[in-house]
Design a protein around this ligand. Sequence first.
Ligand SMILES: Nc1ncnc2c1ncn2[C@@H]1O[C@H](COP(=O)(O)OP(=O)(O)OP(=O)(O)O)[C@@H](O)[C@H]1O
Ligand SMILES: [Mg+2]
Length: 336
Amino acid sequence: MDLQGNIRVLARVRPVLEVERNSGQGTDVTEFPTEVELLVKRDEATRSAFEFDRVFPPSSTQEQVFEGVHPLIVSVLDGFDVAIFAYGQTGSGKTFTMEGDAANPGVNTRAMQTLFELGRQRSNDINYTFTLSVLEIYNESIYDLLSDSATTKGERGRGLDIRQGAAGIIVPGLAAVEVDSMEMVTAQLEQANKARAVGSHDMNEHSSRSHMIVCIHVNGVNAHNGAATRAKLNLIDLAGSERVGKTDASGDRLKEAQNINRSLSALGDVIAALATRSKGSHIPFRNSKLTYLLQDCLSGGGKTLMFCNVSPAAYNLGETICSLNFAARCRAVELG
Ligand SMILES: Nc1ncnc2c1ncn2[C@@H]1O[C@H](COP(=O)(O)OP(=O)(O)OP(=O)(O)O)[C@@H](O)[C@H]1O
Ligand SMILES: [Mg+2]
């Protein structure tokens, strides 16, 4: 499995939800001919075919999904900057994939667990320390979800800045907590989740209105020669892309949706520029907080994986095709 170079893309189709079935919106339009192919039925006669590095059908467990990510977590300990995104329309399963729930923990906690385990296995040779930061980008402002100041929407200050430091992109003032056990991680993530901007609209009762980024800095010191390595793992639960009309948005909700759509299209622009770039050409990283923050991971040397989360339901067909097309474009990008 060649992990370097391209953006790896894993598609995950969530199950038809109870509410969809009950309201007669449960028609499933997805088919899974192989582990890497996904067919979407547009009508009785037409199917759109997609190929990704892996396709996870609705029956996939959180364990199976994490298997697809595991090699990149190993890379972090080897010194690579890694970004793992969940992209997709509202209600498609991004938060479920990254966070999960208590009974079905998602990528975030499994990644931390793996880092701790591998770190322990290597502890005779390398001494690792892990620091955790959690932030969200809400209406193009960055908020620290671990600091005490991170309270509910509206009471927030103007947010934090991003700077280009000597060792990469930094957010001055962002809390960074050293963690060495899952208990500590769980406690921190719980606090962060309480502070995250979440709203309710017609399509998802607990919809994420911000991009949430869990960032783990890994520092390693070689016990034999003192050589130091440094890397970061960014775990990104994006806010849902949606059509403003379909979620019946107005006021604050409309402003949120516009900011979300703007930053997701900035991400798309960066990916398009990376895909077609020639040496020295301009990549518009600074057009959004999201892309600026992830510049290190996206600009060569780093490794990126994207989950494309989609709904299987016929009434989401338009968004599903849009998301899969976006993901297919990402897959063509070489990171250098
Ligand atoms: N693989 C899955 N198995 C079971 N339930 C799932 C799965 N994926 C998603 N769900 C359920 O579907 C609903 C919507 O999922 P989720 O909140 O993760 O969507 P989202 O993509 O984060 O949406 P938004 O962009 O609005 O935040 C939730 O109730 C979640 O528990
Ligand atoms: Mg969400």
